[in-house]
Design a protein around this ligand. Structure first.
Ligand code: ATP
Length: 236
C-alpha cells in the first residue's frame, strides 16, 4: 500500500473578507491521481495555487511528504512539477531556449530535455519562438516543464485545455505512466472524460465548497457527467 504524500488539512482561503474556499481536507497517496472537478469559479485554481505554495492558506495546513512550504521551502518546491493555467511565455524566446531555461533551473541534462520534448511532440518546433506557438503547443510545453524531473507530486491546472484529441489521449497516457512510477498527481479539469480515464480520486467543488468526493469507483454507476449535473441541479 502506497504512503500518503500530500495532506491537505482544513485548508481555507479568504480574500478581502470573502471566503473563496471553505475548509477542505484530503489525503493523496503516491501512485494516485486526484481530479478537482467543478464549474467556473469553484475554487480549483485557488486550491492548486495553495498546494504548490504560490498562495498562502488563510487557515489550515498543507504538507508534502511531511514538509510544509514554510518549513522546507526549497525541498517543498523541488518536489512539485507544476503546470499553471494561462501562463504567458516570453514570446520572442524560442522553444529550445524556453525548455533549456527550465532544465537549467531544475538541474536537468540534455538527454532528459530531448526525451520529454519528444514525448510532447515538440521536437520539430524547437526553433520556433513561443509567440508562434498555438494554444495546444503552449500547453504541451507547460506540461513538458512540469514533468522534466519526474517529481513525486505533479500538479496540473486545466492540463487538457486547448489540446486536440490526439494529445488529450497522449496526455492521459503520460499521467498513467507517472502513476506507475509512483508519482502522485493533482489536476483540475472541466473534461470529465479525462478525469474518468486517469483519476483515482475525485473532488467536486462548487462555489468554494466540496459538494462530493470519493474514489472514482463511487461514481462508476452514474458517471462523472451525470453526477455533476445532479449535484448542481440539487444546489440551484
Ligand atoms: N486574487 C483574487 N481576488 C479576488 N477573488 C479571487 C482571486 N482569485 C480568485 N478569486 C475568486 O475566487 C473564486 C474561485 O476562483 P478560482 O480561479 O479558484 O476558480 P476555478 O474553479 O479555478 O475556476 P475556472 O474553472 O473558471 O478556472 C472566484 O469567484 C474568483 O473570482
Amino acid at each position: 500500500m502506497s504512503d500518503t504524500i500530500l495532506h491537505v488539512e482544513q485548508v481555507e482561503k479568504t480574500i478581502q473578507g470573502k471566503t473563496i474556499l471553505q475548509p477542505i481536507s484530503f489525503k493523496l497517496k503516491s501512485g494516485r491521481a486526484l481530479a478537482l472537478c467543478g464549474g467556473n469559479g469553484a475554487g480549483k485554481s485557488t486550491l492548486i495555487r495553495m498546494i504548490v505554495g504560490l498562495t498562502q492558506t488563510t487557515k489550515g495546513e498543507i504538507t508534502l511528504n511531511g514538509m510544509t512550504k514554510k518549513s522546507h521551502k526549497k525541498q517543498y518546491v523541488k518536489s512539485i512539477g507544476y503546470m499553471p493555467d494561462d501562463f504567458q511565455f516570453q514570446s520572442a524566446v524560442t522553444a529550445k531556449e524556453t525548455i533549456k531555461f527550465y532544465a537549467d533551473l531544475k538541474g536537468v541534462d540534455q538527454q532528459r530535455i530531448d526525451a520529454i520534448i519528444k514525448q510532447v511532440g515538440l521536437t520539430e518546433h524547437l526553433n520556433k519562438s513561443m509567440g508562434a506557438f498555438s494554444k495546444g503547443m503552449r500547453q504541451r510545453m507547460l506540461l513538458a516543464q512540469a514533468l522534466l524531473t519526474n517529481p513525486p507530486l505533479i500538479v496540473l491546472d486545466e492540463p487538457t485545455n486547448g489540446l486536440d484529441p490526439y494529445w488529450v489521449k497522449s496526455f492521459g497516457n503520460m499521467i498513467l505512466d507517472a502513476k506507475k512510477r509512483e508519482q502522485a498527481v493533482v489536476f483540475s479539469t472541466h473534461d470529465l472524460h479525462v478525469a474518468e480515464e486517469i483519476a483515482d480520486d475525485i473532488i467536486f467543488l462548487y462555489d468554494g465548497k466540496v459538494i462530493s468526493s470519493g474514489p472514482i469507483e463511487k461514481y462508476q454507476k452514474d458517471g462523472l457527467y451525470n453526477t455533476f449535473q445532479h449535484l448542481v441541479l440539487n444546489l440551484t
